[in-house]
Design a protein around this ligand. Sequence first.
Ligand code: F6P
Ligand code: MG
Length: 479
Amino acid sequence: MSDSIPRRFRTDDKGTFGHHTATVRWPILVQNMVDDMQLQLANIKDKESVAFKQGSEILQQLSQLRQEILNDSILRPFTEREIEIANIPASFNEYFSIHHSEKLSWIASEWLFTEVYLYRRVNVIFANYDNWENYDIFNNLKQSTFQASKFGVIELAMRYKNLLPEFQKFKLADDKNNTDLGLLKTIFKEFIEISLWGNATDLSLLTNATLEDIKSIQGAKARQDSESKIVVNDTDSVWLDLLNLYTNANGDKIRIDFVLDNSGFELYADLVFAGFLLQTGLADTCVFHAKDIPYMVSDVMVKDLDILSNDLCDSSFFYPDAIAESDKADLQILNFFADEIKTFIRSGKLLIKTDSFWTTDLDYWNIAPSENKYHGDIIYKDLLESDLVIFKGDLNYRKLTGDRTWDRTTPWSTAIGPMASNGIKSLSLRTCKADVQVALPPGLDEKFTQEWEIDHPGNGSWWCSSGKWAVICYSNGKD
Ligand code: F6P
Ligand code: MG
């Protein structure tokens, strides 16, 4: 590794959000899983059943895992059997081989690796039991938080429906250069921010959120107030490239990819953004990339898209009590948007797929032809076909930048390494929830750190782990 590439953040970097995450947040997250399992077991009537017995063992193993973290135990490689039953990519054990001379423990290891490893360990526990192997331990939380997002969900569907006739004018225009491109840009800006701030609803950070908390981060007013909180904003550059495609498409199909992050409201906001792109003709197809295992609490799995569209048309989901006359218009609007999604899927305009690459420990510098063991090469080839790849959320940002201890003014093109020049056009939409932060103008980090310090003594640098700021970072892949 060249001297100019800094090391990665570690869980023993005292005073960092990563250290706080490993010591405080992970035990809570695993405890939440234990609580969920307890609830599931209480709901099983036949206490002699295989499901109950297996579930009890899972519960015990989750508690042990929590204890391992609290004890700062040594991290162990996966066993042959675990690798087989849970299809664990060999990259994890290779990592242990490469780092064999280090004593890696939960609180003395690279943050990114150990966080990803944690979710693999959880997955192995479930994969070992046939009654539970497909159980998504985070499903209840994903669903209840989406339910609590009702107001934001209705507001966005209404906005989308009202603007749809405008969208379609752009799509149907014979001469695209003769449309109101200023208006299209304004709407684009609004919808990119919808997708961006959708990332503020991350269940790993919102474990105790109230309905009011959720409302306060999801509405139009919240987005307006938050505009000044976008500390790096490359919207103009991405817009120019998309506009160029839109006005000069010459019949070429425009494809936009989303490397998804969270389920529920964020996925919904991404669908709203994708709907805007498809209905205006800024895109002909959108490809969604989801995770293959329950991951980082709220990340989207393929099944979550179906669940979400069913939730939208199930009147009892958002209105579990009697439906008032005044709710009927809202229900109609939710049905309308569910139909939009289903139509996009049926017509092949919206695709969702998954690959184990997204849940390996590898960062995105491995999206390269030379990475031919864990699908980095396959993903690279696939994403090259896309006109724009949108990486949603914090973890994707950490993987783009390698979760390294970059100076916070490091240019984006430096921090994303090969992704800056490999031909893939990439856009990171991230609300900031981790220590790694780059591309800031000089002086800004110092200013925010000082300000954050006032209410958070000793933790000033955590302003960029609070989820209150965001970035829109673009690379045309040709640096
Ligand atoms: O940084 C805190 C954290 O919870 C990490 O554990 C993880 O990288 C991330 O946030 C999850 O956020 P997102 O859902 O935006 O990727
Ligand atoms: Mg996530």
